[in-house]
Design a protein around this ligand. Structure first.
Ligand code: NAP
Length: 307
């Protein structure tokens, strides 16, 4: 039987959880559908040092605090995954999960973004056997081991720093000769004696029988190819927005980010979006939370104007 809802929030990262806090406090009785990984990217981040109000907090702890706050005001959380939506016929919108069909007067999409893969031979086969996209989940298994971190952005440097708690050596391998990461993280990493930077280098293959043992690395300037022994490859080469189920229904840019207006409304009236699913630029926990707040306020105004 179709369950009727006022407002459904799809996704449980900082954008979704903040939208839930605001929607619940506006008496909208929101239903949040969590997605497969509760909390999204921030829940698998190590230290968060730039979320206002917290000098330093672990990503999972920040998620837990936001969740408790959303529930305190009455958000109901469904631990499920949205497999299909029909937003084409206007409100009420149809939302289908693995286990239930819903109709919602308004929808806030906060499905976030997922880690990109490198796409080199050996990577897929060795996921969970030394190839990882999450230092907080897997770092513990690399005590006194040698690991490579691929990427030159904030995630690569931040998670590289986290991995020094366990690994004996962390080599951050970046395809250019300049990091994209911010100055503060760069300074911290350059002062950490377990970290070395390898520039102008890409991985061509990850090898190992049953676990990562070796990689082939190519210097893109000299063309020189080398084999390196290592125990782990942590990949942080950016993210892609989780918008597959909205294709053909909502307007997207050329990189498949949802397009929203200044009220966080998508191309369909009554459907709002917040966080990385619609933000190719800022991509911070705090900017996502801010957009979640805006989306919930806009949705509340839209709903009350209709009623
Ligand atoms: P990002 O900023 O998009 O950086 C991705 C990195 O991966 C770039 O250095 C890029 O190289 C490299 N890369 C991309 N494709 C590659 C490939 N195929 N092979 C090798 N390298 C590749 O992603 P992110 O680091 O995950 O950060 C995402 C957002 O979250 C950013 O806005 C960031 O500021 C934010 N964030 C903030 C913090 C913090 O403030 N502490 C922590 C984590 C993340 P190029 O540089 O050559 O493009």
């Amino acid at each position: 039987m179709t369950q009727k809802e006022n407002i459904i929030i799809i996704g449980s990262g900082p954008a979704g959880l903040t939208a839930a806090i605001y929607a619940a406090r506006a008496n909208l009785n929101p239903l949040m559908i969590s997605g497969n990984e509760f909390g999204g990217q921030i829940a698998i981040t190590s230290e968060v040092e730039n979320y206002p109000g917290f000098d330093s907090i672990l990503g999972p702890d920040l998620t837990e605090k936001m969740k408790a706050q959303a529930e305190k005001f009455g958000t109901r959380i469904q631990y499920d995954y949205v497999s299909e939506v029909d937003l084409t016929k206007g409100s009420p919108f149809r939302v289908k999960t693995y286990s239930q069909e819903y109709e919602a007067k308004a929808v806030i999409i906060a499905t976030g973004a997922s880690a990109k893969r490198l796409g080199v031979p050996g990577e897929s086969e060795l996921i969970g056997k030394g190839v990882s996209y999450c230092a907080t989940c897997d770092g513990f298994f690399f005590k006194n081991k040698d690991v490579l971190v691929i990427g030159g952005g904030d995630s690569a440097v931040q998670e590289g720093l986290f991995l020094t708690k366990y690994a004996s050596q962390v080599r951050i391998v970046h395809r250019r000769d300049q990091l994209r990461a911010g100055e503060f993280l760069k300074k911290q990493a350059s002062e950490n004696e377990k970290i070395t930077f390898v520039y102008d280098t890409v991985l061509e293959e990850i090898k190992g029988s049953g676990k990562v043992q070796e990689v082939t690395a190519k210097n893109v300037k000299t063309g020189n190819v080398e084999a390196w022994n290592t125990d782990g490859v942590f990949v942080f080469v950016g993210h892609f927005p989780n918008t597959d189920i909205f294709k053909g229904q909502l307007k997207m840019d050329e990189q498949n980010f949802l397009i929203t207006d200044k009220n966080m409304q998508t191309s369909v009236e009554g459907v709002f979006a917040a966080g990385e699913v619609q933000d190719p630029i800022y991509k911070q926990a705090v900017s996502s939370a801010g957009q979640g707040c805006q989306a919930a306020i806009a949705a509340e105004r839209w709903l009350s104007a209709r009623e």
